[in-house]
Design a protein around this ligand. Structure first.
Ligand SMILES: NC(=O)c1ccc[n+]([C@@H]2O[C@H](COP(=O)([O-])OP(=O)(O)OC[C@H]3O[C@@H](n4cnc5c(N)ncnc54)[C@H](OP(=O)(O)O)[C@@H]3O)[C@@H](O)[C@H]2O)c1
Length: 379
């Protein structure tokens, strides 16, 4: 069988390079690393070719703002992995992929991106392309964890997913656009928006193990959770919750920075970007770990039962790359490849996803929880 070729947009960024390395280790795909800086792409491609046999990595300059560069790059490949901070040019990327007829996966959180992709849904199907959006760990895993738990119950009634991200920001550097994107998403932060089932729009406490203890965290909108009760009709309550960065960023930079951006959208942007990065690097301290926790409960054999699933990794960026590659392993053997627009969390087989995530280096713990069942039954 001929190996497939994947283009990674943002191939030398934090997420892109981790995805590239996992694909080189786990698959026989050929890779094209891309971004606006050809020197960076070439240097990383050369490093990978020294480390992994077969000369499988090449580099190409691509600017998502320029459709011609996208077209030239897409003509050489089977699938594009969007790991770039280029949400502004989402329409360019998606339309060019449809025009050339290649498949697509992205690992970005952006409500605007979903709106653009949904507007192109018919064209994606018509062109015979498989578009997988909201890949990664969140979005990407929360609804998959709930889908994993559902068959263990006769009737799954409640399923909450909490996330805690403690990252060593000091070791990371970002493209200017990535910081801009983080601020744009914080400005548009949307908490839970559950209309069709009972989801209380309030914070919730999760126990994140002995290192981090109990944490009260905020609800956050995820498309994969909003649409889940359509596939699991017994689900009465569900929601996704997320912890903050650190006290300085949560209680000072965010309220003051967002207020300043409201008053002076252009003038305040650079100072707020700088303050955010400084706050992340200065006030984030060990232990570092990213944890995604599912607390599910419902009826099984006429008893009220609870289940807890925990996915974690010391490096949150690695967890995003691992989850994306775990989904691509299912895509590569054609078990999930089908025409249309899909959310990773709804498309991937959740049992295999968890198994592959573990094989790729994340920790997965699954347990029945008697105490939790009692709490959730009365809550
Ligand atoms: N789903 C999840 O769980 C999750 C978790 C973390 C991050 N993310 C998302 O993943 C994306 C990448 O994050 P990161 O930390 O890897 O950022 P990063 O290290 O700053 O990398 C961004 C990459 O995008 C490239 N890029 C930026 N603008 C571009 C353009 N117009 N055309 C082509 N390439 C462009 C950059 O290269 P040049 O600037 O040189 O072009 C760089 O290679 C972000 O959108 C972030 O929000 C998702």
């Amino acid at each position: 069988m001929i190996s497939q070729t994947f283009l990674i947009l943002g191939g030398y960024g934090n997420i892109g390079r981790l995805i590239a390395e996992l694909l080189l280790k786990q698959t026989d795909t050929n890779l094209v690393l891309s971004g606006r800086n050809i020197e960076k792409a070439e240097m990383l491609a050369a490093n990978f070719n020294q480390k992994y046999p077969g000369n499988r990595v090449s580099a190409q300059r691509v600017d998502a703002a320029e459709k011609l560069t996208l077209k030239n790059a897409f003509e050489r490949v089977d699938l594009v992995i969007v790991a770039s901070s280029s949400s502004e040019y989402m329409r360019n990327i998606a339309e060019t992929a449809i025009e050339i007829g290649i498949d697509y996966i992205d690992c970005q959180y952006s409500i605007a991106k979903l709106q653009i992709l949904n507007s192109l849904k018919k064209k994606i199907e018509g062109a015979g392309c498989c578009f997988i959006t909201d890949a990664g760990f969140h979005p990407g895993l929360p609804a998959a964890l709930i889908r994993y738990a559902a068959p263990y119950f006769d009737s799954l009634e409640k399923a909450y997913v909490g996330s805690m991200i403690k990252i060593n920001w000091k070791n990371l550097s970002f493209s200017d656009y990535t910081v801009w994107e983080i601020i744009e998403e914080l400005k548009k932060f949307k908490s839970c928006n559950c209309q069709h089932w009972q989801c209380k729009n309030r914070s919730k406490q999760f126990y994140f193990g002995w290192e981090f203890g109990k944490q009260t965290i905020l609800p956050m909108f995820l498309e994969e959770i909003r649409t889940l009760p359509q596939t699991i009709p017994s689900l009465k309550e569900t929601g996704f919750f997320i912890g903050g960065f650190n006290w300085f960023v949560d209680y000072l930079v965010m309220p003051l920075g967002l207020a300043a951006l409201n008053l002076w959208p252009q003038k305040a942007l650079k100072p707020v970007e700088k303050l955010l990065m400084w706050g992340l690097k200065t006030f984030s301290h060990p232990p570092y770990r990213t944890i995604l926790l599912l607390e599910a409960s419902g009826w099984k054999n006429e008893q009220y039962k609870a289940m807890r699933v925990e996915v974690s990794h010391p490096d949150g960026y690695a967890l995003t790359a691992i989850s994306t590659v775990a989904c691509l392993l299912q895509y590569l053997d054609s078990s999930i490849r089908k025409d249309g627009l899909w959310l990773q969390a709804h498309l991937a087989d959740p049992s295999r996803l968890l198994k592959d995530i573990q094989n790729l280096g994340a920790t997965v713990k699954i347990s029945e929880a008697i105490e939790l069942a009692e709490q959730m039954a009365i809550a």
